[in-house]
Design a protein around this ligand. Structure first.
Ligand code: SF4
Length: 209
């Protein structure tokens, strides 16, 4: 990438936009809510079950002017979800300040593995074993969403729940390819441990993005 372009990306004035789409938030606390999703490229966490592996290499996703991303988003919704990839690989200050300047509610879906930048109305922390969150994200997360792929993920979920703030809402969500096996285990676990709630990828059942 050219030096001038890299400087704009470093300042968050351009971002590697992978895709953007207006849909229904399928997961977690805001499920069922219409929202405009902005998916940024770049992630080095390396989850083997990741369903957006094409997001990993930021070089495949062209740097796009943040102000253009914001102008476009405003046409669709007042609720914006920034996702990835791992959006906190980039400085989110400029993007969130422009979105909030236009009166939008700004949410993030993050593994929390990088420094928290930006101003957020809602932080969904989905921690990953391979690269744990920073303390600041644990402290500020509004919801903790742990993906359950196998039984060890219940142990991991409890370890993560011990680190988040006391108001954080706790969700267990089946990894999609394992849902037939894992959903009954999650149901039993939540009934035995009711501080947790079940989150499903309802957009996949609705067959929408
Ligand atoms: S953190 Fe998210 S985008 Fe990155 S590899 Fe894991 S599931 Fe995929």
């Amino acid at each position: 990438m050219k030096k001038e372009l890299q400087e704009l990306v470093d300042k968050g004035e351009m971002l590697p936009l992978m895709e953007e789409f207006y849909t229904i938030q399928g997961e977690g606390y805001h499920k069922g809510t219409a929202a405009y999703f902005i998916r940024l490229g770049g992630c080095d966490v390396g989850c083997h079950w990741c369903d957006v592996k094409e997001s990993w290499d930021a070089n495949l996703h062209p740097p796009t002017a943040t102000k253009n991303i914001v102008e476009n988003a405003k046409k669709y919704s007042d609720t914006i979800v920034i996702t990835g990839g791992e959006p906190l690989m980039w400085d989110m200050s400029e993007l969130t300040s422009q979105l909030k300047g236009k009166g939008m509610q700004v949410h993030i879906e993050t593994s929390g593995a990088y420094k928290l930048t930006g101003t957020w109305d809602w932080i969904c922390l989905s921690p990953k074993k391979l690269k744990l969150p920073t303390q600041e994200v644990y402290d500020k997360a509004h919801e903790l969403k742990v993906i359950v792929y196998n039984k060890d993920d219940f142990r991991f979920a409890e370890a993560q729940a011990a680190k988040v703030n006391e108001n954080c809402i706790l969700y267990l969500q089946p990894e999609w390819s394992k849902r037939d096996k894992v959903v009954p285990e999650i149901v039993d676990y939540v009934m035995a441990n009711p501080k947790w709630k079940v989150s499903l990828q309802t957009h996949k059942y609705l067959n929408i993005p």
